[in-house]
Design a protein around this ligand. Structure first.
Ligand code: ZN
Length: 296
C-alpha cells in the first residue's frame, strides 16, 4: 500500500512510468470545428461491415466530448451500438460532474445554443429540486479527480481499491448572493469514477486510433469504453490503464484542453499512451492512458 501513497518523503519510494510525448494537440478555448480524416471503421469494436458484408453506418465522434467545448471530430468512427454506450457515459458526466462548469463557461452542447440567461440550480438534498438564477451569480466549482498511477505503469496492483465517487461541494457559493434568490444552499456534485475513466479512455483511444492509423496497435481500453456499467460502481479493476503521474508540474497553459500521443515506459515495458488534460488552462491534472498492449 505505502509505495503509492503520494506523501511528502514517500515520493522517492514511489515508482511510476515515464511518458514521452510525440505529438501535442492544443484545443483552443473558442470552439473550433476541425474534422480529421474519416476512420472508416468503428474505433471501439472494429466493425465496418455487417454479417452479410454490407457496410454499416458509422457516426462521427468528438474526440473530446462536445459538451466540454471541443470541436475536434473523427468522422466515420463509431457504430450505432458503441455510440449508444459512449453517449450514455458522456450524458451522465455532462450532467452530474460538469453541469455547473458548462453553464459558467458557456460551453455549448449539441444544439450549439444557450437557451436562457437564467440557469437551473439544483438545491435539493435528497432529490433534484431546481431554482433559476443568472449565470453571473451561478456557483461553480471545477474539480477533477487526482488518480494514482495506473497499474500498467506503476507497482500498484490491478485490483487496488481506489477512491471513487467523489462528492464535490460547491464551496465557493456566495451565501449572500444565494440569499437574494431565496436559496439556502446547493446540492453536491458527484464524480462517478468508472464513467470518468471511461470518458478519459475514450478521448485517448479515439485519438490514438486516428494518430496511429497507419501503424495499428493491440487495443487495451475499447472494452472498458463500450461497456455500460450501472451508475456509481466501485472503480476496482477499471483503472488498469487510466491514471495520473505523481509530481508532474501542471502549470496552466493557453489551450483549454490538451491531448498528447506518446509512449509510456514502465521498467522494460513500453506501451503507446495518450495524455489527456482537460481544462489545462486552469492548471488541471493530466491523465495518462496506456492504449496499447506492451510492444517491442
Ligand atoms: Zn462499434
Amino acid at each position: 500500500m505505502l509505495d503509492y501513497q503520494p506523501k511528502i518523503g514517500a515520493m522517492r519510494l514511489f515508482a511510476q512510468g515515464d511518458f514521452t510525448g510525440e505529438h501535442l494537440e492544443r484545443l483552443p478555448a473558442i470552439k473550433t470545428r476541425r474534422r480529421l480524416e474519416d476512420l472508416g471503421y468503428c474505433a471501439y469494436c472494429g466493425q465496418s461491415d455487417d454479417s452479410v458484408g454490407n457496410e454499416i453506418a458509422l457516426s462521427s465522434e468528438h474526440i473530446i466530448p462536445e459538451f466540454l467545448g471541443s470541436g475536434l471530430e473523427l468522422p466515420a468512427s463509431s457504430c450505432a451500438a458503441c455510440q449508444k454506450a459512449t453517449s450514455a457515459v458522456e450524458y451522465t458526466i455532462a450532467r452530474e460532474m460538469f453541469g455547473p462548469v458548462r453553464k459558467s463557461f458557456g460551453l455549448r452542447g449539441k444544439d450549439g445554443v444557450l437557451p436562457n440567461v437564467n440557469f437551473p440550480l439544483d438545491v435539493g438534498s435528497y432529490t433534484s429540486e431546481e431554482l433559476f438564477m443568472p449565470i453571473a451569480h451561478y456557483p461553480t466549482v471545477l474539480v477533477l479527480p487526482a488518480l494514482f498511477p495506473a497499474s500498467t505503469y506503476s507497482r500498484r496492483g490491478p485490483d487496488s481499491a481506489d477512491p471513487f465517487n467523489f462528492l464535490l461541494y460547491n464551496i465557493n457559493a456566495d451565501r449572500n448572493l444565494l440569499a437574494r434568490y431565496a436559496i439556502d444552499g446547493v446540492s453536491t456534485q458527484s464524480v462517478d469514477l468508472v464513467r470518468f475513466a471511461q470518458m478519459i479512455a475514450k478521448v485517448a483511444h479515439s485519438y490514438a486510433t486516428h494518430y496511429w492509423r497507419a501503424a495499428p496497435f493491440t487495443q487495451t481500453v475499447s472494452s472498458l469504453i463500450r461497456t455500460i456499467y450501472p451508475p456509481q460502481q466501485p472503480a476496482i479493476g477499471h483503472l488498469a490503464h487510466v491514471g495520473c503521474l505523481l509530481g508532474m508540474p501542471e502549470t496552466p497553459t493557453s489551450a483549454l484542453h490538451e491531448i498528447e500521443a506518446g509512449q509510456m515506459r514502465w521498467g522494460r515495458i513500453r506501451r503507446r499512451a495518450v495524455r489527456v488534460r482537460l481544462f489545462a488552462s486552469y492548471g488541471m491534472p493530466s491523465y495518462y492512458v496506456t492504449v496499447s498492449e506492451p510492444e517491442d
